[in-house]
Design a protein around this ligand. Structure first.
Ligand SMILES: NC(=O)c1ccc[n+]([C@@H]2O[C@H](COP(=O)([O-])OP(=O)(O)OC[C@H]3O[C@@H](n4cnc5c(N)ncnc54)[C@H](O)[C@@H]3O)[C@@H](O)[C@H]2O)c1
Length: 273
């Protein structure tokens, strides 16, 4: 069976698909004939993405947060009602902030860790329950980060949560493999999206290129991440599960220099004392 036929008529749920990487993955799935439900917290992003993607009956946005069980369950309920069983889950929704440990509030920690880690758990649980009951198998792609393995100052909450997503990916793969569900994580380096723009554009973007990227010298685009996500969801990756796959243009080779140091060098932040 061709890859085209395998994706056509299937159903995917993408979190945070109103912008950046999630929007690029949604576009790639729509292009292959897949039905896509997007769980998105931002009405503005949802509205703009719906107009841009023009998915017609095959694209449905559900307003809500990955951190809220009722919202996650509503997204899967809507998916079941409109399209039936969900075959592919993409845990992508995310947010970040730059804050040294001594300055990070409990609220900031909770927002980042809940969005990235608890959200991945809630969506994985809801997906697994319906997929196992349907006996349909499927795939999960977790969008982690190179920060799962590269510690950077100012991103304690983010690094901890992304490392958690990486390890949760392995446990999920182990538990769900017997049900024909493969689970993998992607670790993007700096990606040119609204979230990553602080480190991909202007002088800071250039400094990051100079310091960290190997070849070719450019930041990742959202479509670079979507290409690998589509591979992991496809039958070509049928023996690939439980892995963390960096998509970083080689940033790991030189080491991910501190976002904080780069921002400080540009006079944007300064360390206390
Ligand atoms: N951009 C980068 O450099 C980069 C690098 C590594 C990993 N990532 C990860 O990729 C993922 C996507 O990031 P992006 O760069 O496309 O960001 P983005 O800001 O362009 O898009 C993120 C989307 O998620 C939505 N969202 C945020 N919180 C949500 C919630 N609680 N529930 C539902 N939707 C929510 C936002 O409204 C937005 O539409 C994130 O998990 C991010 O951590 C990004």
């Amino acid at each position: 069976m061709s890859e085209e036929n395998v994706f056509a008529g299937r159903t995917a749920l993408v979190t945070g698909g109103g912008s950046g990487i999630g929007k690029a993955i949604t576009a790639a799935l729509l292009d292959k004939g897949t039905n896509v439900v997007v769980l998105e917290i931002s009405p503005e992003n949802a509205e703009a993405a719906a107009a841009e993607l023009a998915g017609g009956d095959r694209l449905t946005f559900v307003a809500g947060s990955v951190c809220v069980r009722a919202d996650v369950e509503e997204a899967f309920r809507v998916a079941a009602e409109r399209y039936g069983t969900v075959h592919h889950l993409v845990n992508n929704a995310g947010t970040a902030s730059l804050s040294l440990i001594q300055d990070t509030s409990e609220e900031e920690w909770d927002l980042i860790v809940d969005t990235l880690l608890k959200g991945t758990f809630l969506c994985t649980q809801a997906f697994a329950r319906q997929a196992v009951e349907a006996g349909a198998g499927g795939t999960i792609v977790n969008i982690s980060s190179l920060n799962a393995v590269a510690a950077t100052d100012g991103l304690g909450h983010y690094c901890a949560a992304k490392a958690g997503v990486m390890q949760f990916t392995q446990v999920s793969a182990g538990e769900l493999g017997r049900h024909g569900i493969r689970v993998n994580a992607i670790g993007p380096g700096t990606v040119n999206t609204p979230l990553g723009a602080g480190f991909t554009v202007g002088r800071i973007g250039q400094e990051f290129l100079d310091r960290t990227l190997v070849s070719p010298p450019r930041h990742q685009e959202a479509s670079d991440i979507a290409d690998v996500a589509m591979f992991l969801m496809s039958p070509a990756a049928q023996r690939v599960t439980g892995h963390f796959i960096p998509v970083d243009g080689g940033q790991h080779v030189r080491g991910l220099h501190s976002y904080w140091d780069v921002a400080e060098a540009q006079g944007l932040v300064s360390r206390p004392g």
